[in-house]
Design a protein around this ligand. Structure first.
Ligand SMILES: Nc1ncnc2c1ncn2[C@@H]1O[C@H](COP(=O)(O)OP(=O)(O)O)[C@@H](O)[C@H]1O
Ligand SMILES: [Mg+2]
Length: 316
């Protein structure tokens, strides 16, 4: 059988490589789809912060060294914390520059000591390191924009009947690894498909899309989560490295009106990351006071960019 990945590497080689590495004592959560612009980095970021805020010790790994969006959002978060003179619950993080299985394991051992959750953000294309991350995943989270064009990497459908016809490229990669993993010690993967950027004004199209993807759990062994609407705040908050929950809870955000994101809260619940640690540490106290002018300027910027009334896009 030919393997339609970018370099012809057989999935058994990927599994053999991953199996001989030292065991990792953390839940591995991977955001992946062989497609760019579907929300992998956005969801990876929000999930990471939700886990950190819940008291988990999180290691965030950005495998998309060209885009680097995930790590940039985390850098932005540190810059925001510095500018406001506060501490924000945050993960440790790194971008993997030398992309081999050995280097990934070395950095996990070096940077991630004591971490109980590892969140990995992949680029939108196949590669040996991406396949290794997928093979190691306890949870594989695949965002898709809610259109048929975007679903192409996952599955193909008969356009007349909307019946499932065959797997897309990314699903082939995942399925081959899953199949070969059976009977090995490698963890079984909980694969979750998440609809992203749903627009309220496209209800008819969304109904057809839902009809199609509802066939996928049975055909592909994945599960569906309810998904996220198109919201400008996902873009604006990214720039500051903040989530809705940060804005609501931090007194420093006084005057910035950001509403709780119910769909993100629901998604985190559905993804089901297990209980938060029993010895939950309280939010760390303010560390260093900043000059009042710096903080005032930063707050003003937050107000300008993310304080405007939240609007859910209703037109294209
Ligand atoms: N639910 C959403 N609502 C609005 N914009 C979103 C949403 N999810 C993602 N985006 C935006 O879509 C673009 C692509 O998202 P990104 O997370 O970078 O995708 P990927 O990592 O899959 O390439 C970014 O500009 C991001 O801010
Ligand atoms: Mg990305």
């Amino acid at each position: 059988m030919g393997y339609e990945n970018s370099d012809g590497e057989h999935p058994s080689v990927v599994l053999a490589d991953v199996s001989r590495r030292p065991e990792i004592n953390a839940q591995i959560i991977v955001f992946a789809n062989e497609k760019g612009g579907v929300g992998k980095s956005t969801l990876a970021f929000h999930t990471t912060i939700a886990l950190a805020r819940a008291g988990h010790k999180v290691l965030a790994i950005d495998l998309d060294r060209r885009q680097g969006s995930f790590s940039r959002a985390l850098d932005n978060r540190q810059a925001t914390a510095r500018s406001l003179g506060i501490e924000l619950p945050s993960p440790k993080h790194f971008v993997l520059e030398h992309q081999s299985g050995a280097m990934m394991m070395q950095e996990i051992a070096r940077v991630g000591r004591g971490c109980t959750k590892i969140v990995i953000d992949l680029p939108g294309h196949d590669s040996p390191i991406a396949r290794r991350a997928i093979a190691m995943a306890h949870k594989l989270i695949t965002p898709v924009n809610a259109t048929f064009v975007d679903l192409d990497s996952i599955a193909h459908f008969n356009p007349a009947t909307m019946q499932y016809s065959n797997m897309g490229r990314f699903t082939e990669t995942v399925s081959q690894l899953q199949e070969l993993k059976q009977g090995t010690d490698l963890p079984k993967t909980d694969w979750v498909l998440v609809k992203n950027r749903m627009r309220r004004n496209e209800k008819k199209q969304l109904d057809r899309f839902n009809l199609a993807i509802e066939q996928l759990p049975q055909k592909l062994g994945l599960r569906l989560a309810s998904g996220l609407s198109e919201r400008v705040s996902y873009r604006d908050l990214f720039m500051f490295g903040l989530t809705h929950a940060d804005c609501i809870q931090l007194p420093e955000m006084d005057g910035v009106r950001v509403h709780k994101s119910a769909d993100m809260d629901r998604l985190i619940n559905e993804l089901d990351f297990g209980d938060p640690p029993a010895d939950l540490a309280p939010l760390p106290p303010v560390k260093a006071r900043k000059p009042a002018r710096t903080m005032a300027r930063y707050r003003q910027s937050l107000r300008t960019h993310i304080g405007a009334k939240e609007h859910v896009t209703t037109s294209r």
